[in-house]
Ligand binder design. Sequence first.
Ligand code: NDP
Length: 490
Amino acid sequence: MATDAHGAPTPPITETGLFIDGQFGPSSDGKTFPTINPATEEVLAEVSHGTDEDVDRAVRAARRALEDGPWASMDARDRGALLHRLADAIGREADDLAVLETLDSGKRVADCRSADVPLCIEALRYYAGYADKIYGKTIPVRGPFFTYTRREPVGVAGQIIPWNFPMVNVVWKWAPALAAGCTVVIKPAEQTPLTALRLGRIARDAGVPDGVINVVPGDGPTTGAALVRHPGVDKIAFTGSCEVGQVIMREAASTLKRVTLELGGKSPNIVFADCDLDAAVTQSHNALYWNQGQVCASGSRLFVEDAVYDRVVDKIARRNRAYKVGDPFDPETEQGPQVDRVQFDKVMRYIELGKQQGAECVTGGRRWGDRGYFIEPTLFADVRDDMAIAREEIFGPVLCALRFSDADEVIARANDTTFGLAAAVWTRDIKKAHYLARRIQAGTIWINCYYGLDLAAPFGGYKMSGVGRELGEEGILAYTELKTVAVNLA
Ligand code: NDP
């Protein structure tokens, strides 16, 4: 097996075709696209690019598997057992998956090993336990009727995912869908198709019947759009940008598909002077710079109360100066490259805008190195609410520090955004913490922590940060249809 610059083995890239009905194969027109290592800008592999015809083939396979064959007749408890077997199989191939993910996305291999792979395994086990616990109610109605509800699988789910957590996005979409009895066609992001394809092979080897899982890489406007338009798809689950979320909702309207959208954010992270400042600084730094700043719920607007503002800015600046940017395979590295040239250029454009509009660039602000899409950890101070860097999702290592002096003032400013994905509040005053938790318009509020995510807790956005919830019970119910049955007992 080949090794990387640090002597770690790099797995051969063996799955590059479309995965449809249990088989890997080329696209109908033979077209491929390159997937690139963002740390070196080198092409890793040519991957098949799904056409309308390929999407149609995948949807038909998913429909057949849904209605006929071993999956259609499998007991819910056996579905759960199968998800546990898939989790075991992922565990056996954990290291190859982690390395493949780092090669394709630039994420730190240490994170892929310690967070991404375990999060995939945990999601499968969590929803495996749910498979046989999806049930309806008996309802007392007027008259001689026995009325009950059933929760049935919504059908064929089309899943469209981004590149910031490639394999976690795959498995967090598959696990509730499969536990509910659906079949899936997934389109990974163009930048990061490799772990999705590998997971397709692992699922087949673990015994997931043909057609239950289909993986069709390609671009958004062609392959993704074909999935959204396809009349054989019952539901679209999408994670990505707000703009594409809007397109998907419009396109899905013609067939009235069920739609769940997990979109972007510009999440306020609010630090009061009475908090545990060291904990707030450590986690506020991580809230933005983790994963190269490429996290939908990142704490990108850091509101700091007047009395501690200068201290917090200084502490974060010091961390940035010591932060190690570089090769994502190097165990010392804290920040890898942005995922591709497009994202790199977008982030650099925002940095220039921040400077032009008068924010103080305290650290960073430049490209790091001359190969790969690396950006220095950047901190802007004295940011005003009306600046582009304070209003728009940058999705990179760029933190905006804003000053505030009063709770009601910061609530109004935190809510003055079209987004509403997450927020955090740092204070020792429990009444103030809950007052803010109630008033801030966001799907998740963290108090004295950041990224307090758990698979059992629903996650999603207010306002333009999304529609519906993923994870927890809500996450699996979103893959079901509710049916009412009334029996005349007269
Ligand atoms: P997109 O929203 O464009 O991409 C997400 C997924 O949607 C990809 O698989 C993409 O395909 C697909 N897609 C794109 N257009 C369509 C379409 N018309 N119909 C169906 N599917 C489509 O995100 P980007 O990758 O372009 O990133 C842009 C910005 O989005 C980021 O800078 C960030 O601000 C935000 N973002 C938010 C994320 C989140 O977690 N909420 C995750 C990633 C990005 P393709 O392979 O062609 O890109």
